[in-house]
Design a protein around this ligand. Structure first.
Ligand code: ZN
Length: 632
């Protein structure tokens, strides 16, 4: 094990396929990887307006400390800093709650004297639990902006004001191909009280970081694999320079159509989970290399996308007519940056613009080398022994679990998110704060419904008609029981993917007791499945409803579904699950230490190779990033 603290564990991933690249491709990876690291400070500032200042203060203390290492305050401080690094800020990366330090304020103030940043704001932020308690608050009925401390809206701007601002802006867009308004800016207030967007672009907010990214992208361009990829980079740089969201859409279209390269990347303002209103995108970057063999599997799905759409249980009106290609790839991550570091997704489907997806399709990736690292870490963890109901089910999971997990991710990313369509005139943001959860539920349900389909056996993707049962069991076990280990007692479910899993599992539990129940055996609760066939019917029914909600933009139905099934937690069951989990002594969250690339030069200074190295320690990497990729 590399590094383990609090509820976190760090893993390494191997960049499968790197050695087989040409020197030119390796150089492309090298420069794109640099660009993926240069937006780190943007994310820190997006997460909290004091994030960079706090990071500097904590790192100064860390590097200048020369007291005894067995001092409990020092040890607690080290854990705190490692958690802050992991979360790119002072709030938990998943629950969004502010960390509570376990070192004393007196000890900390003592240390502050040896650095330059002895400020009251920082003390309040670290020690006062009432100051900025939550990065993203999703509680129904509260003002989501005034109660969230993320930095996408200037202090004092209320949810109603921001919603009115964007409703007005939207009403002035006369196009059925609307840009994603609000995506790349911070909403601020002028002196006269009116609101305006401070745009993230060259010469604008985050301009210094963006200029460095553009400079390195220019270097990467020299090693692009083809003209299409060059055009992608050029358009991205144009977007970074202008901040024009129409240019961003042009870039997204070029990017989604560029499917020939072995090395691919994303770099920019991408996902909106960090904004309680789901408009503003956090910065992320990653670089990847295609895994040819595994890609054949994903391709089997995307080649049949039309068949899946046609046979899905949703209403004909909500189905995508001409199924626009999803290009599905299995990849190896070569570098993770911004909001994908150190905690990363294992599947990604982009772009996010609904109309671009409908007209041009999307690129879907399953990141195999990260999944491999997770699976390796999970082997022998004791989870299945503790939480799976009986030996028979355990055998099912041991036999088919890995295959079906990968397949469900493929189905979710390369078919689920790409399926369906909005009815004409329906606003893509109609579901507002519930939009992300509903969208994830849609993709998961599509995967759950189809993983049991004979078509997959026919395509050679599942070994037989029984393999899918492993996915049904592990999905429900996770959604009903084990995902709760990640949540502190007394708290509710906040994160969109977790809400989605709870929603699907509990809706099924409530409406199909003939198919699944939670049963008690010797004082412990387990998921017991009575009828796998019936489960498939349940998932199909819920898929049809969730698709209807999305297609019609039925906000009220989305609210009810998410509020009833996706959020609240039974305190007693929660306690039991946490206690059982604690005994296993595992870390519920995992993240990755990046590899490091090094240029090799000959006597004349020509680059002859690029090496990938894995040995860097967690703190070493974090401190190096803060130094070498400091842009703001
Ligand atoms: Zn998803």
């Amino acid at each position: 094990m590399i590094e383990r603290f609090a509820d976190l564990q760090l893993l390494r991933y191997e960049v499968t396929g790197f050695e087989g690249l040409t020197l030119r491709q390796k150089l492309l990876v090298y420069y794109l990887a640099e660009a993926a690291l240069l937006g780190r400070d943007i994310l820190w500032d997006q997460n909290c307006q004091y994030g960079l200042e706090i990071r500097k203060t904590l790192e100064d203390i860390y590097t200048s400390y020369d007291g005894p290492k067995d001092n409990p305050d020092w040890q607690a401080f080290v854990v705190y800093l490692k958690r802050v690094w992991f979360s790119n800020g002072i709030h938990h990366h998943y629950s969004c709650q502010k960390f509570q330090p376990e070192f004393s304020k007196e000890w900390f103030c003592e240390r502050l004297r040896t650095t330059d940043n002895g400020q009251q704001t920082i003390l309040d932020l670290i020690f006062n639990p009432n100051v900025m308690p939550k990065r993203v608050n999703q509680a129904d009925g509260e003002d989501l902006l005034l109660t969230s401390s993320c930095n996408y809206y200037a202090e004092g701007i209320s949810q109603a004001e921001a919603e009115a601002f964007y409703a007005d802006m939207k009403s002035k867009v006369d196009s059925d191909r609307p840009p994603m308004l609000g995506l790349n800016s911070r909403l601020e207030r002028k002196e006269d009280g009116s609101l305006y967007e401070n745009v993230w672009k060259s010469g604008g907010l985050y301009g210094k970081a963006i200029d460095r990214i553009c400079e390195i992208l220019g270097k990467a361009r020299r090693y692009a694999e083809n003209d299409k990829q060059k055009a992608v980079i050029d358009k991205l740089v144009e977007f970074y320079r202008t901040g024009n969201l129409k240019t961003f859409d042009e870039y997204a279209i070029l990017w989604v159509n560029e499917t020939e390269s072995e090395v691919d990347f994303t770099n920019g303002f991408t996902e909106v989970y960090g904004d309680p209103l789901g408009l503003k995108a956090s910065w992320e970057g990653y670089v990847n290399i295609i895994d040819h063999k595994a890609t054949l599997r994903a391709k089997a799905l995307s080649d049949n996308a039309g068949w899946f759409e046609e046979h899905s249980p949703v209403d004909e009106r909500f189905k995508k007519k001409a199924c626009k290609g999803v290009s599905a790839k299995v990849i190896s991550a070569a570098m993770l940056g911004g909001d994908l570091y150190p905690s990363s997704a294992i599947g990604i489907n982009l772009p996010n613009s609904d109309w671009i997806r409908a007209e041009y399709g999307s690129k879907s990736v399953t990141i195999a080398n990260l999944t491999r690292a997770y699976n390796l870490a999970a082997k022998g963890s004791g989870m299945r022994e503790e939480f799976v109901i009986d030996d028979e089910t355990r055998a099912l999971l041991d036999k088919y679990g890995d295959v079906c997990d990968d397949l469900h991710t493929d189905l979710h990313e390369c078919l689920g998110h790409g399926s369906g369509q909005l009815l004409p005139g329906v606003d893509a943001d109609a579901l507002r704060a519930y939009g992300s959860t509903i969208e994830e539920a849609r993709a998961d349900l599509f995967g759950l419904y189809y993983i049991a389909d004979l078509k997959l056996v026919e395509l050679g993707l599942t070994p037989n008609e029984e393999a899918y049962k492993s996915q049904y069991y592990s999905y429900l076990m996770n959604g009903l029981l084990t995902q709760m280990v990640r949540i502190e007692e007394g708290h509710q479910i906040e994160e969109a993917h977790m809400r989605n899993r709870a929603l699907i599992s509990r809706w099924t539990l409530k409406n199909y007791p003939e198919a699944v129940q939670i049963v008690e055996v010797n004082g412990k609760h387990f998921v017991k499945v009575f009828d796998y066939n019936l489960l498939r019917k349940a998932f199909g029914e819920l898929l049809a409803e969730v698709q209807r909600i999305k297609s019609e933009g039925d906000y009220e139905a989305a609210r009810q579904l998410v509020e009833e099934y996706g959020i609240k937690i039974d305190a007693e069951l929660h306690h039991e699950i946490r206690e059982r989990y604690k005994k296993l002594d595992l870390a519920p969250y995992k993240g990755f230490i990046n590899p490091r690339y090094e240029l090799v030069r000959d006597g004349e200074g020509n680059i002859t190779d690029v090496l990938v190295k894995y040995g860097e320690a967690y703190d070493e990497q974090m401190l190096r990033y803060s130094h070498e990729y400091k842009t703001l």
